[in-house]
Design a protein around this ligand. Structure first.
Ligand code: 13P
Length: 246
């Protein structure tokens, strides 16, 4: 059985001082139920200070992105070598990076491999656009992203974030999310690098908050959530973590 997981993706928000204050508030408020993993993913400049605030707690720290090479002439980029001391997890393939920064599935796969080689866990994000869904291609798109993204990678977390449900008024219905996530689990069980698909944590992301979290985690194949907007408030993030246990 995979463990309940809640990941807060802070995206490009907050000054370093604000990030420090949020991490401090989360540490003070949060009681993590046994069997639950809670992580926050601050922007790069705040990683060190957030890791310091959370050191010795049960709240983990992840990064939002990484470059696949370990060092060199890649101006503006950050490598696994710079992350492994503070982070246990790294988000790769977020739809914002795919859409706004032109990241391909091959490039995302290189990142996922680099993350595992450095001893961290990639959180591979996959999800179809509204156009894909309207054209009946949701499963096909997601399957391609999972197969390409995880080629040769074992030990990842997979987050299903339909593009149309991110930062929206409403997320996917729990039934819609379950349908695709059951399919993802099936695809995973077919990958040679995954011997036990039932142990992979599958997260749903897209407009999750403390009022709807349990409608998602009540589904068979939803082990946790990847939260954007609602993770920027300590109380709301802590409530989500406390309600996530299944
Ligand atoms: P929201 O929770 O703000 O919809 O963002 C979801 C997301 O993109 C998390 O990675």
């Amino acid at each position: 059985m995979s463990i309940s997981t809640v990941v807060g993706n802070w995206k490009m928000n907050m000054s370093v001082a604000e990030a420090e204050a949020l991490a401090t508030a989360i540490r003070a408020l949060l009681t993590i139920p046994d069997g639950t993993l809670a992580l926050v993913c601050p922007p790069f400049p705040a990683l060190a200070v957030v890791a310091e605030v959370l050191a010795g707690s049960t709240i983990g720290v992840g990064a939002q992105n990484v470059h696949p090479e370990s060092s060199g002439a890649f101006t503006g980029e950050v490598s696994t070598t710079m992350l492994f001391e503070t982070c246990s997890h790294v988000i790769v393939g977020h739809s914002e990076r795919r859409a706004l920064f032109g990241e391909t599935d091959d490039f995302i796969n290189r990142k996922a491999r680099a993350v595992t080689e450095a001893g961290m866990t990639p959180i591979l994000c996959v999800g179809e656009s509204l156009e894909d869904r309207d054209n009946g291609r949701a499963e096909q798109v997601v399957e391609f992203q999972v197969r390409k993204g995880l080629a040769g990678v074992s030990g990842a977390v997979v987050a299903y974030e339909p593009v149309w449900a991110i930062g929206a008024d409403r997320g996917a219905t729990p039934g819609t999310a379950q349908e695709i996530m059951a399919y993802i689990r099936e695809v995973l069980s077919d990958l040679s690098s995954y011997h036990s698909a039932s142990e992979v944590s599958l997260l749903y992301g897209g407009s999750v908050n403390h009022s709807n979290i349990q409608t998602y985690t009540a589904q068979d194949d939803i082990d946790g959530v990847l939260v954007g907007g609602a993770s920027l408030d300590a109380e709301s993030f802590c409530k989500i973590v406390e309600l996530a246990y299944r």
